[in-house]
Structures are given as structure tokens and as C-alpha cells.
Design a binder for this molecule. Structure first.
Ligand code: GDP
Ligand code: MN
Length: 387
């Protein structure tokens, strides 16, 4: 999950990194109020999850509350590279500073963690790397030893930061590393990392990407976008299902993102011959297709009123097809006497496929049809959805 600048700065502040005082506003009036409270010139900053806001006119200085209101009105709703700015950050402006760059990230190509520090901040780091490579220190960080003050001083020196800021910069770098490790981030970036004339170091911008696989260890839920409307996708998320609602009529369940993607394709292709029937969703139930996961998946898909038929397409691997078939039979029982409200086509292949087929035919559920090929299954489910 990528964070907004104001959220990144909230994490920075929690770890003792200095950030300018300020708050986020959703209306121009609110921006004016915050500027009044801060009793100082402010910067109004578009909150969008993309860079280059400055160049796009999404970062503006305002000498006082009235200007703050005007700038906020201009920036709210602004489109920056396809992202709409629904809120602005109103922050006390920092005057007269040098701009550096600091980041820690996962360097997948080299299978390591990487520190990138530069004395040339403010501009795109790609540009610095291309035009002034000597001003960019790229130093691998050992995950076990991490970044202590000595390492951080070395980073500051290698990046060519002035000597009289090494101590302050190093202290900030250690804290930034703490954010990386303690918050389970994949990327923490500060550009510009500002150094004022009285040699204070503060984060004027912030970019943080959190590792969603570690979300259970954290209390980061408040950072998630408020797009949750209690709809199907939110319900699916609550059941830990990887579900995306689409516009069509065929519910699709499969195991593995690649298999589900290709199932969507064959369903859409087959659907062309049945009046343009299309997939209604993406749902990947992952490896362990247990009865409970199958029941949860079917329940979500069948609550979509557009769905007229369902295709279950599973390739048996570690979880063999007989276990999946038993899962389907058990899931069907959760629908009680009347059964699911529309037909379910099942295609099982891979480990123990024949045993899986036998389990389903022995169960003899009137709403379930077994087809052995993917194309055949897509054809039948499209036909049933069109009927
Ligand atoms: P980005 O363009 O999306 O990376 O947004 P930034 O937050 O980095 O802002 C862009 C530029 O605006 C920075 O490089 C700074 O030069 C400038 N800027 C940001 N905050 C302040 C501030 O408080 N005072 C002043 N004078 N300039 C600022
Ligand atoms: Mn920036």
C-alpha cells in the first residue's frame, strides 16, 4: 500500500523525524483555518499518490490565510497525472534550505536492501542518477546489521553532504531506517530532505510504500483509502478473498491469478457467441481451496445480482482436485434445501482430477455441471448465463 504524503509524514513524526507542522484539509475553508492557526506562511500541497506535484502546480506557497484558501481552491480537484487531489496538506512553509535526497528500498534485482542518499535533492532522482551520478550514493544495507549512526554518517559523507550537517542528517537517516524496518515498508523516500540555515534537518516530502504481507503486524488500516462502501469488494476483503467486481454475468472462481485471468479471457471469448456474455468478476481463491473458502467465494459471487451462472475453474496441485470437489460439495450444503440460485459449471484438472469428478457426480447436485476442458466449460457457462 502506497501512502499519501501526509500519512508518510505521520509515520515519520512517530519515529522522531522532524516534519513541518501542518494538517490535511478537504475544503478551501478548512485550509484557511489551518493557515490561520499556523500563524505563518504556508505551503499548500496536493495529496495524490504520484510524484512531480511541484512541476504540475500542485505545490504552492501562500503568505497568509486568504492566499491559502485561494490556492487550496485551485488545487482541490486538480488532476495530476490521472490522480485527482481530493485533499491538500497545509503546512508551515520552510524558508531558505538546501535540498538533499534520502531513501531506503528493497533492491530486488540485487537481492538486498539499498540506501540512496544524495546532496542533490528536490529534482527527480532518476535525473540525478543520469546527470550527476557522483552526487548519488547507492549503498547496499545488510538487513541484519541495518543502519546505525556510523553507517548513517558514512552515507551522508558518501553522498557529499556538507560536513557540518553529517550529524543531523545521520540522526534522521537512522530514524528513517527505523521507519523502514519497524513499519515493514518496501520503500521510504524523502525528497527533499531539507537542511535549514541553522542546520536543522527536516522531511519536506515523504513517500512510503508499506508491505501488505506484513499488515497483520500493524495498525495501518487507518491509512487505507476510504473507498470501502460496504460493497462486494469490501465484504470479500473482510473474508480475505482476492475479488474484483466486473461488469458481466458469469461469476468466476479459480485458483491462481494467472488461471483466473485466462478464465476471464475464455469466458469473454465464448460469451461473444451468446449475445456478449462477459465475466462478472475476478476471484482468486489461492492454493488451499478449502470448503470454507469455496463457500465464502460462492456466497460473494452469488450476492452479485448480475450473476446468472458461475464457473469454478481449479487446477489441482498441492490441494488436489478431490479436496476441492469435497469443498464444493460442502459449500453447496451451506445453501440449504433450495441450493444456489444459479447453475455452477465446474472444471477440475491436475492432481486427482478423476477422483474429483467422481465425487461431484456421486453428489449429483442438480445445479452443478462438470466439464473436463476449460473451453468446454466456458462455452457451457456462457450458454447458461445467456439462457
Ligand atoms: P513533489 O514535486 O511531488 O516531489 O513535491 P514536493 O513536496 O517535493 O515539493 C516540490 C518542491 O516544492 C520541493 O522540492 C521544494 O523545493 C518546494 N517546497 C516544498 N515544501 C516547501 C516549503 O515548505 N517551502 C518552500 N520554500 N518550498 C517548498
Ligand atoms: Mn518531492
Amino acid at each position: 500500500m502506497d501512502l499519501y504524503e501526509h500519512q508518510a509524514k505521520e509515520l515519520f513524526a512517530r519515529h522522531g523525524i522532524t516534519v513541518p507542522p501542518g494538517r490535511v484539509a478537504a475544503t478551501a475553508q478548512e485550509a484557511r483555518l489551518i493557515a490561520t492557526e499556523l500563524k505563518a506562511p504556508v505551503v499548500i500541497k496536493a495529496q495524490v499518490k504520484t510524484g512531480g506535484r511541484g512541476k504540475a502546480g500542485g505545490v504552492r506557497l501562500a503568505p497568509g490565510p486568504a492566499a491559502a484558501e485561494n490556492e487550496a481552491r485551485r488545487i482541490l480537484g486538480m488532476d495530476i497525472k490521472g490522480h485527482t487531489s481530493h485533499t491538500v496538506l497545509v503546512e508551515k512553509a520552510t524558508g531558505g534550505f538546501e535540498e538533499y535526497y534520502a531513501a531506503f528500498l528493497v533492491d530486488r534485482a540485487n537481492r538486498t536492501l539499498l540506501a540512496m542518499v544524495s546532496s542533490e535533492g528536490g529534482m527527480d532522482i532518476e535525473e540525478v542518477a543520469a546527470t550527476k551520478p557522483h552526487a548519488l550514493a547507492r549503498i547496499p544495507i545488510d538487513a541484519l546489521t541495518g543502519v546505525d549512526l556510523d553507517t548513517a554518517r558514512l552515507l551522508a559523507a558518501s553522498a557529499g553532504l556538507p560536513e557540518d550537517v553529517h550529524d543531523a542528517a545521520a540522526a534522521t537517516l537512522v530514524r528513517l531506517w527505523e521507519v523502514m524496518v519497524e513499519e515493514d515498508a518496501l520503500l521510504v523516500e524523502v525528497n527533499p530532505l531539507a537542511c535549514t540555515s541553522d542546520r536543522r534537518v527536516l522531511a519536506l516530502d515523504g513517500k512510503v510504500s508499506l508491505d501488505d504481507n506484513a499488515s497483520f503486524r500493524h495498525d495501518h488500516a487507518a491509512f487505507a483509502d476510504g473507498a470501502d462502501d460496504g460493497g462486494l469488494e469490501a465484504r470479500a476483503r473482510a473474508k480475505h478473498l482476492n475479488y474484483v467486481k466486473l461488469e458481466g454475468q458469469v461469476g468466476v472462481i479459480g485458483n491462481g491469478a494467472g488461471l483466473v485471468m485466462s478464465t476471464l479471457d475464455v469466458v469473454a471469448y465464448a460469451g461473444e457467441r451468446f449475445g456478449g456474455v462477459r465475466p462478472a468478476n475476478f476471484l482468486d481463491i489461492g492454493g488451499g481451496a478449502s470448503a470454507q473458502v469455496m463457500a465464502d467465494g460462492l456466497e460473494i459471487i452469488l450476492s452479485d445480482p448480475d450473476v446468472r451462472a458461475v464457473l469454478v475453474n481449479v487446477f489441482g496441485g498441492i490441494t488436489a482436485c478431490d479436496a476441492v470437489a469435497n469443498g464444493i460439495v460442502a459449500a453447496l450444503q451451506t445453501f440449504g434445501e433450495e441450493g444456489p440460485r444459479c447453475p455452477i459449471v465446474v472444471r477440475l484438472d491436475g492432481n486427482n482430477a478423476e477422483l474429483g469428478h467422481r465425487i461431484l457426480s456421486d453428489a449429483g447436485h442438480p445445479m452443478v455441471r462438470v466439464v473436463t476442458t476449460m473451453d468446454g466449460a466456458a462455452e457451457l457457462v456462457a450458454e447458461l448465463a445467456a439462457a
